[in-house]
Design a binder for this molecule. Structure first.
Ligand code: NAD
Length: 256
């Protein structure tokens, strides 16, 4: 599929060094979008170089901690200086931790909230600042989760579920606030996808993957490329009347 308005735009992707963020970077680069990757992993530079070599687009990779507003602002400035002002944002930086709620330490709770919620907010702030008042046409896609709406089982991940629900409402709030500025804000809410985040659990416990898959009507976990069509649509003007929504993409998991 081709989206004619995308070539030549600049996208910025938090958590873009690997996983779903990097996969979405390949989807955008494949449309001729220049891509800036921000991630706490030093690998982010190599990821950006691989992307440029594979797709022939300009890229940048900047080590950034999304929990630190100054680091996020510096990461955005570095991308803007090399690739131009980003008009597409994808927030993919996120973490999860599992355990009984009564045992979660204040530090574990704060880490998940700071990365998943506050880090997403800082990214949207830095994205919007140069666009406000500039007559922009721009789109932000926040990576939420189906965990914003359902409680995944059998694992216990209260902090993750709560932060993803907050990300959905963050996106809706910003969509309303920035609609008149030409900035659309939507979220996507994936079900179970194959990535480093999920492999850390399923590789140690293959029965867990079997349990998840048994609950998915389409009969498999998602591959990162299963998100490409939806995210390209949201990034493009082809969805110009779509804002303030969180769209579930889960193989039917939450339809049951
Ligand atoms: N894999 C799934 O099944 C699934 C399902 C629903 C939602 N999601 C969401 O998709 C997003 C991507 O997850 P993934 O599965 O690709 O996991 P992943 O662990 O492969 O990728 C997450 C990325 O975020 C980065 N990151 C973590 N803390 C950071 C920080 N402080 N600053 C900057 N970057 C940081 C990591 O280094 C990593 O590159 C997450 O928000 C996750 O919650 C994943």
């Amino acid at each position: 599929m081709r989206f004619d308005d995308l070539p030549g735009q600049t996208a910025i992707i938090t958590g873009g060094a690997r996983g779903l963020g990097y996969s979405l970077a390949t989807a955008l680069a494949g449309q001729g979008v220049k891509v800036g990757l921000l991630d706490i992993l030093p690998l982010v530079g190599d990821s950006a170089a691989t992307l440029a070599a594979e797709f022939g687009v300009e890229t940048a990779g900047v080590v950034t901690d999304v929990t630190d507003a100054a680091s996020v602002e510096a990461g955005f400035a570095a991308v803007r200086d090399t690739l131009g002002t980003p008009t597409i944002l994808i927030t993919a930086a996120g973490v999860t931790t599992w355990g009984d709620s009564v045992d979660v330490t204040p530090e574990e709770w704060a880490r998940v909230v700071n990365i998943n919620l506050t880090g997403t907010f800082f990214a949207t702030q830095s994205f919007a600042r140069p666009l406000i008042g500039a007559g922009a046409t721009a789109s932000a896609v926040l990576i939420s989760s189906m965990s914003a709406r359902v409680v995944n089982v059998p694992q216990r991940q209260t902090s993750y579920n709560a932060t993803k629900a907050a990300v959905d409402q963050l996106g809706a709030s910003l969509a309303v606030e920035w609609a008149s500025e030409g900035i659309r804000v939507n979220a996507i809410a994936p079900g179970y996808f194959l990535s480093d985040m999920t492999r850390q659990f399923t590789e140690k416990n293959p029965e867990l993957a079997a349990d998840w898959i048994a609950r998915i009507p389409l009969g498999r976990m998602g591959e990162p490329r299963d998100l490409h069509g939806l995210v390209l649509l949201l990034a493009s003007d082809a969805s110009s009347y779509l804002t303030g929504q969180s769209l579930v993409i889960d193989g039917g998991y939450t339809a049951i």
